[in-house]
Design a protein around this ligand. Structure first.
Ligand code: ZN
Length: 290
C-alpha cells in the first residue's frame, strides 16, 4: 500500500451505506448508476463482508457504521432490513457496526422493536431519514406521528444513538422539505440524554442552521458525510468550536461520492490541526460508539 503520510489509526467511518439494492426501485438504481462510478462492481464487492473489509483496509479505515433503513414508498427498502445488516456485521463485529431503523408508520410496537434491535440483534444505532421516509424528524410534536416519540424515547432509554439525515436528497420521490435540521431543535430538547447524529450538516441549504443547533445542544453530533471535503471549511468555518462532536463519515456508496479512501485523503489534505483531525477521524466516534 503506498504511503500517504496518514498518521491516524483507528478511523471510524460513521456513515457507510449497506443497503439491499437488489430490492430498490428501478429509478433509485438508475440514479446510483448515473452518479456513482462503478456502482455494479461496488455491489458485487459489498455482497461479501470480506469485500467491504478489503475496501476499509485500502482506505485505512478501522471501523464502519453500516447504515440501512426502510423507505418503502421512495426507495423500495422494506422494514425487514434490520436482520440483514445485523447478520452481515457478524463477519467482524469489532469493525462492522450495524445501524438499524424502526419506521413509525410500519411498526406496531416501536418501543419493543427498538429494545429487540439493541438486545437481540446487537444493533449499535438507529437511522432516520425524513426525506426518504416521508415524515418530519419532529413529527410527534403536532400529534401526527405519536409513535416517533416512542422510538426516540426507547433509543434514549437503551442508549442507542440516532442518526438523522439532514439536507437535500436527489433521489426521485425524496421530499427535501423534511431535510431542514431545525426539526432537531425539538428532538434534542425533548430527549436530552439521546445522542443525535446530524448527518450531512443540513448541506447544502441549511449549514448555518445546523451549526447553530450544534452549538446550542450538547447532545447533537455532526457527521460530515455528504459534504464535499473541499466545501467543509467554507460551510462550517468555525468547526473547531464543536470539535468534540464532529464525526467522519463517507456516505459511500452514495450519489457523487468518489470513495471512502478518496474522502479520507481529501479531508486529510485540508488545513485542519492534528488535534482536530484526531477528534474527527478517531476519538469522537470511539467515545460515542465504544
Ligand atoms: Zn447517507
Amino acid at each position: 500500500m503506498p504511503e500517504r503520510g496518514l498518521p491516524l489509526h483507528g478511523i471510524t467511518d460513521v456513515h457507510l451505506h449497506l443497503q439491499q439494492f437488489d430490492r430498490a426501485k428501478p429509478a433509485i438504481v438508475e440514479t446510483m448508476r448515473r452518479t456513482s462510478p462503478g456502482f455494479e462492481d461496488v455491489l458485487k464487492k459489498l455482497h461479501d463482508p470480506r469485500g467491504l473489509l478489503d475496501i476499509l483496509d485500502d482506505a485505512h479505515v478501522d471501523r464502519a457504521c453500516l447504515i440501512n433503513y426502510p423507505a418503502p414508498e421512495v426507495l423500495g427498502f422494506l422494514p425487514d432490513m434490520n436482520a440483514y445488516v445485523a447478520n452481515y456485521a457478524t463477519a467482524d463485529p469489532k469493525r462492522l457496526l450495524p445501524f438499524g431503523s424502526v419506521h413509525p408508520r410500519f411498526t406496531k410496537d416501536p418501543m419493543k422493536e427498538v429494545e429487540r434491535l439493541a438486545s437481540r440483534l446487537e444493533i449499535r444505532g438507529l437511522k432516520i431519514h425524513p426525506p426518504h421516509q416521508l415524515f418530519a424528524a419532529n413529527g410527534y410534536v403536532d400529534g401526527s406521528l405519536p409513535l416517533l416519540r416512542k422510538i426516540y424515547a426507547a433509543a434514549e432509554k437503551v442508549g442507542l444513538p440516532v442518526m438523522v439525515h439532514t439536507g437535500t436528497s436527489i433521489f426521485p420521490g425524496a421530499r427535501s422539505k423534511y431535510g431542514n435540521p431545525m426539526d432537531l431543535d425539538d428532538v434534542a430538547q425533548d430527549f436530552p440524554e439521546l445522542k443525535i447524529i446530524m448527518a450531512h450538516g443540513g448541506r447544502p441549504l441549511w449549514c448555518d442552521v445546523a451549526f447553530y443547533l450544534l452549538r446550542r445542544h450538547p447532545n447533537l453530533y455532526l457527521d460530515i458525510s455528504g459534504i464535499p471535503p473541499q466545501r467543509l471549511l467554507g460551510w462550517f468555518p468555525r468547526l473547531d468550536q464543536v470539535a468534540d462532536r464532529i464525526l467522519f463519515g463517507s456516505d459511500w456508496p452514495g450519489p457523487n461520492v468518489p470513495g471512502i479512501r478518496e474522502n479520507v485523503d481529501a479531508l486529510h489534505a485540508l488545513p485542519l490541526s492534528p488535534e482536530l483531525q484526531e477528534k474527527l477521524f478517531v476519538t469522537n466516534a470511539r467515545r460515542l460508539l465504544p
